[in-house]
Design a protein around this ligand. Sequence first.
Ligand SMILES: [Zn+2]
Length: 698
Amino acid sequence: MLALAKLARLSELSMKSSIFFSRIAVLCVCSSLLLAQAAPETHGIVIGYIDRSVKPGDNFYQYANGAWLKQTEMPADRVEVSVATPIEDLANKRTADLIQEIAKSNPPAGSALRKVADLYNSYIDEAGIEARGPSPLRPHLDAVAAIHDKKELARALGATLRADVDALNNTNYHTPNLFGLWVAPGFRDSDHYTPYLMQGGLVLPDREYYLSDSEHMKSLRAQYQTYISTLLKLAGFTDTDARATRILELEHAIAQTHRALAENEDIHKADNTWKRADFAAKAPGLDWDAYFRAAGLDHVASFTVWQPEAFTGESALVASTPLETWQDWLSFHIIASHAGVLPKAFAEENFAFFGKAMLGQQQQRPRWQRGVFVVDGLLGDVVGERYAQRYFPPESKAQVQAMVANLIAAFRKRIEGLPWMDPSTKAEAEAKLSTLYVGVGYPETWHDYSNFEVKADDIFGNLWRGGLADYQRQVARLGKPVDRKEWSMTPQTVNAVNLPLQNALNFPAAILQAPFFDPQASAAFNYGAIGAVIGHEISHTFDSEGSAFDSKGRVRNWWTPEDLKHFEAATAQLAAQYDAYKPFPDLSLNGKQTLAENIADVAGLCASYDGYKASLVGKPAPEQDGLNGDQQFFLGFAQSWATKLRDAALREEVMTDSHSPAEYRALTVRNLDPWYTAFDAQPGEKLYLAPNERVRIW
Ligand SMILES: [Zn+2]
C-alpha cells in the first residue's frame, strides 16, 4: 500500500511505468535516453511549464504544468509519460549497461553474475525463441491434460502457488494463480515471518474488469474472450471458442467471490487466522491436503487468510465447476503468463490485448528494455549492488539522511502540537517515529539467488524456475526471525516505500538524484519535490493502515477511543474530497480505495512544509524568477506530478491503484493554509476550501 506509486507488473511486460515525483528540464519527453542525459542545467522551478492563463485557485495542476502538458507528446511505446520518465529511462539504461558489462566479462558458470548475463541473453534471443516454437509449453500442458480427478486438480493448483502478491509493501493484490502467498512479519508476532494467503485466479487486473457494466468494460471483455481463444488455438487446442467462453465464465464466477480493492486495504478485515483444519471446514470443495502438500506447505500449522469469503467461494467453485473447464483454465493461464517469451505469434497477441486494448499503448517497448525489467524482477539485487556502487555517491546518502532527519523532527513536532490527541496516543506515535528504520540508497544485505538455475537458451524455463525459486526462498523463511532492515525495492527503482510490518522506509538510489533531489536548487524546491516524497513515506506510518500497527509492527489498537474518532472523522472528510474527483463521466475516484495514499500526501506535504520553514532558520527564502519561497515550494510539488496518461491506462489506474492519479495528487495543496496565501486563492475559485473544510490530520 505504501509505495510511492504502483510498480509495473512483470508478468505482462507491457510496462506501464510507475511515475511520481519530480520535474526535469526536458520539455519534449521522448523515450530517447540521450535526451535525458543531455538535459540542460536548470535548477528549481521550470517557469516554462507554467500556464498563466489558468488561475492557481481554479486548477493548480494546470497552472503549474499547463505548458508542459501542451508541449509533451506521448511516445508510441508508452501509456504514461511524466517529468520523471527520463530519470526512469536513465536508470533503465544504466542497468542495461551494467548487464552488458557483466555479460562481456564472461563470469564463471553458476555465479550470480553469470545468471544475470544468461537470463538477459535468453530474453533477447528472439531467433532461438522462434526456433523452439511452442515446445516449451508442451510438458506443462501435457501435465494439465493428464489430470484425472479433482484431487489431482488440487495438486496441480497447489503446485502453481507462488509468492507473487504483497499486501502492504509494494501493494499487489493480483495473481492469476488460484491463490497467492505473501511471506511477511506476522500481524501479532512481527518478529517472525508468517504466511498470508490471498485471493487470485483472474488474468485481468481486478474483479471490476469482469463485473462492471460500463460499455468500455463490456468491449474489453469481448476482446479478452477472443484473446483467450486465439492463444489456445496457437497452442494447438481445438474448439477454442467454446473453451474461451467457459474460461471467461469461470473467471467471472471467481471475480464474484473477490473482495474489492478498497476492502482489501482494511487491515482489520484481513486479520483472520485459519488453522490447517479450518480450510476444509470453512472453505469446502478444494482438497486442501493435496493442495498444501503440492505447495510445499504441509508443515505450516496456520495462515492469515486475507479474504476468507473468496477462499470459501473459490474452493466451492473447484468442486462445482467441471474438471475440463478447470483444465482449460489452467492451460490458458500457463500460456498467458508466458506469452511474452513464446514465439512472435503469441507475443504479438499478448501485446495487442494487454498493451493496446487494455492500456492504449501503440507500440511495444524495445526488447532490450523489457529484458532489463525481467532481470530486475528475478535477479534485481545482483545488478542493484553494482548500480549502488557506481551511481550513488556517499555524499548523496549523507545529504538525504540529513533531510530525512529534518522531516522526522518536523513530524514529531506536529504530533506534539496536536490539540486533540491524548498524551498516551502521542507517546506511542512518537515511539513509532523513534524506532523507524530509514534505508537510504541501498540495503545493508543482498538477496541470495543460489537456488535459481538459469540457462542461456531457455527463457521460458528461466521464468518458470525464477518464480519457483523465489517461492521456495520465501517458504524457507517461514517461522524465522524478521530482518527489519531488509529492503523490498532494488536501488535501481525510481520509487520509495514504507514497510508497515517492519516499521521501515526504503528510498532507493535511483530516486535520489537530480532532478528529484538537486543540491543546486533552493531548499523551497527540494522540500516541495523530494521532501514531499520523504514526508509521504514517513506519513504512511500514520495513515489509515499504518496507524493500525504499533511501534513494533504489530497490529494493535494504540489509540484512545476519542482520538480514533477524531482521526476517522478527518479521514472520512478526505475520502469525500477525493470521491468528488471525476476523471471520466462514468468513473470517479474511489476515496476509500485511495485513502491511505491521500492521507500520506496531505500529511507528508505538511511535514515537508514545516521542514522547509525550519531549514531557513529565520532567514528569508531566496526568490527565483520572481517566485517567493512558498510559491517555489508548492510549485515544486505540483510540477513533480506533471503526467500524461492514455485514457485506457487512466481508467486502469483509477480502478486498480491505491494511489490517486497524479493530477489529483497535485491538488493536495488545497488542504494547506499557506498555499492560499502563496497563490491568493479566493472563495468562488474551484479549488477553494473554507478553512473548516481543509483536512488536517497530522
Ligand atoms: Zn504511498
